[in-house]
Ligand binder design. Sequence first.
Ligand code: TRP
Length: 443
Amino acid sequence: MTQREEWRSHHGFTLAAIGSAVGLGNIWRFSYVAGENGGAVFLLIYVASVALIGLPLIIAELSMGRRGRGDAVAAFSTDGRGWTAVGWLCIGGASVILSYYSVIAGWALKYFSAAATGVLWQDGAGTYGSYFERFIANPVEPLLWQGLMLAATVLVVSGGIQGGIELFNRWLMPLLALIVVVLAAYSLTLEGAGRGLHFLFAPDFSALAQPKVYVAALGQAFFSLGVGMAVFATYGSYMPPGFSLPACAALTVTGDTVFAVVAGLAIFPGVFAFGVDPAAGPELAFITLPQIFLKMPGGLVIGAVFFFLLSAAALTSMVSLLEVPVAAVLHRTRLGRRRTAWGMGLLVFLIGMPSALGFGPLKHVSIAGKDILSAIDAAVSNLLLPIGGILVALFVGWHVKRATTLDSAGFATNRLGRTWLWLLRTLVPLAVLLVLLHSLGLA
Ligand code: TRP
């Protein structure tokens, strides 16, 4: 057997894990979901879900991955027997997520290119709605940009764990952190920025009584952390025994949440300063923000930088999603990494075609009243990821022996380890089940 690849350094691994978590979810999705769900109260429930549900699940995923030292299926195995079907569900799920995620990432790349070359600003304010609609309705262009993003993803994954994924994230993630902080600092100097802060940080507690806010917050927590589809189990399988797993998990969760809040600080002050609706929905980033950039002093540069940030953040997440099916093939065949990455990239591209074409040639297709991409996104965030999360919690919390579980997570039998296990066994599955049943209309 050949030597299994491993991460080079603790902080390189942590940056890769943060790179997986930080993505479209933190910027595009966080801003519009927070906007639709009342801002500050949503943020409060979101942070609670991240800490009490997301963090225990990430620790669980990393630990099962490190113990399995293989792909998602190996992570779900004990003594040769296992919950293999769940592992395969994760491999398929990660591929489907990547398929529509790459479509939106392609939009971001298109907007970066249009903003950097100035084309985006030529249409003028007020027409961004039609600019966006014309673009996504085109039968070819969205596929082109989607393909470019996937090709870039394949190139990074082809480089392997140390020379590809770790190296790439080590350079890119600090840069992205710098960019989002600069954008937020700038946004806060806008006149009227205070109302954005108010929206994000001053809770209207009456919204606590609305169940839909809990569903949205939990779904967003799963999506933004990227938990429930064995991404962390796969990354964890390349983790050397010496790394402190709980520390990596805590840094990942903190990094992801801080990034989302800072991105909110970059977006909402502008949204309020220019009097646009924070509940604009998924097009917030692609229609509302360009209008704001056009009116802002220096906005043309800021706009280009923003779409660079969005594309690059998406890329580091796509890399983690592609690694899940790639690791499965590498673990089970003799195919090389490069060929596998290209093959999987192509397959994902094909699976993603309906999502990309759902606004143009496939416009007439509607699933539960939604376009193809939005329907898949809703099914993934509100059903697939929570189901994956419950299964991870049941597997690590109840199926694997208690001592093995605590040991492979790197917890001694101290209070911290006991708290983690308790959360994983009780609060996580129950809370997630409740929200799941609610979003199915059963509770
Ligand atoms: N977390 C990423 C984001 O916020 C997306 C992502 C990466 C993801 N890996 C995942 C989503 C696994 C679900 C499952 O954009």
